[in-house]
Design a protein around this ligand. Structure first.
Ligand code: IPD
Ligand code: CA
Length: 266
């Protein structure tokens, strides 16, 4: 890993802790929070916007030539030309956040040369910081993590995601197949946190029929660096338009891919 990437990962670690402190201040006074609707079952709060601004200001003041793509504030100009691109979800699990459920996180990914180079996910409620750097493994609060060793879908809990951006049928079909295979599932409302938990072996896998890059890039590097697999999320301009995601530990790959075939190849 180059110094340029290592320096950026170190800066992101400082910024994500500051972002976590700001988010927790908002989370501690929810009755004062301004919440707006972005669409069906899709909310955004003042906390999402202010946390994203803190992250953007922090990273771009240190690395002014870098590109930035955030869930709430959008992208800087010509992100495809940026040598280093930050992809941020300031609060993933916004619906949990605004309803006082402590299941949400902050996600920061660094993309360069067409690959995810670093990924950080902070759950400030725990608190747990998950970090992955390409080729250097994945950790939680400084201890190495690995994906679950389950050899079948009967061996643990599969995370699922669903949003009203997508038709429900493929998700329900995959869910039925998962149950018939002896699996069980959870939808915790934060794709990023679910992926961190897949990397840590807490869930055996995860699928969602469509997610945006800010939801999953950091988490996907965590899963890969922890020994897992996924579909090629960045294919077909996944960075800007999103894609399905299917991922997990090696022992369930064939089974989960088969169940999710209608999601990956509709
Ligand atoms: C959402 C969450 C949810 C997933 C959605 C995302 P948000 O992000 O990750 O779990 O199912 O696809 O949009 O709105 O909480 O940032
Ligand atoms: Ca999100």
């Amino acid at each position: 890993m180059s110094d340029a990437i290592r320096n950026r990962a170190a800066a992101a670690e400082e910024v994500i802790y500051e972002a976590g402190q700001l988010a927790m201040r908002y989370f501690g006074s929810l009755k004062d929070l301004t919440i707006e609707s972005k669409g069906l079952q899709d909310r955004v709060s003042e906390a999402d916007r202010e946390v994203e601004k803190l992250i953007r200001d922090g990273l771009l003041s240190a690395f002014p030539d870098d590109g930035f793509l955030g869930e709430e504030g959008g992208a800087t100009a010509e992100i495809e030309k940026a040598e280093f691109l930050w992809v941020i979800d300031p609060i993933d699990g916004t619906d949990n956040f605004v309803h006082g459920i402590p299941v949400w996180c902050i996600s920061i990914a660094l993309v360069s040369a067409g690959q995810i180079q670093a990924g950080l996910i902070l759950n400030p409620n725990q608190p747990e910081l998950f970090i992955a750097e390409r080729g250097r493994g994945a950790s939680c609060n400084g201890s190495p993590i690995t994906v679950n060793a389950a050899k079948s879908l009967t061996g643990g809990v599969t995370g699922i995601g669903f949003s009203q951006r997508q038709p429900s049928e493929p998700t329900l079909a995959a869910l039925a197949a998962l149950c018939q295979a002896g699996g069980v599932f959870q939808r915790n409302g934060s794709a990023a946190l679910t992926l961190a938990y897949v990397a840590a072996g807490r869930y055996i896998g995860f699928y969602e029929s469509h997610v945006n890059s800010w939801d999953v890039l950091a988490g996907l590097l965590l899963v890969h660096e922890a020994g897992g697999w996924s579909n090629d999320f960045l294919a077909n301009n996944g960075l800007q338009t999103g894609n399905p995601v299917v991922t997990g530990g090696p022992g369930i790959e064939a089974e989960l891919r088969a169940i999710c075939a209608p999601i990956i190849d509709p």
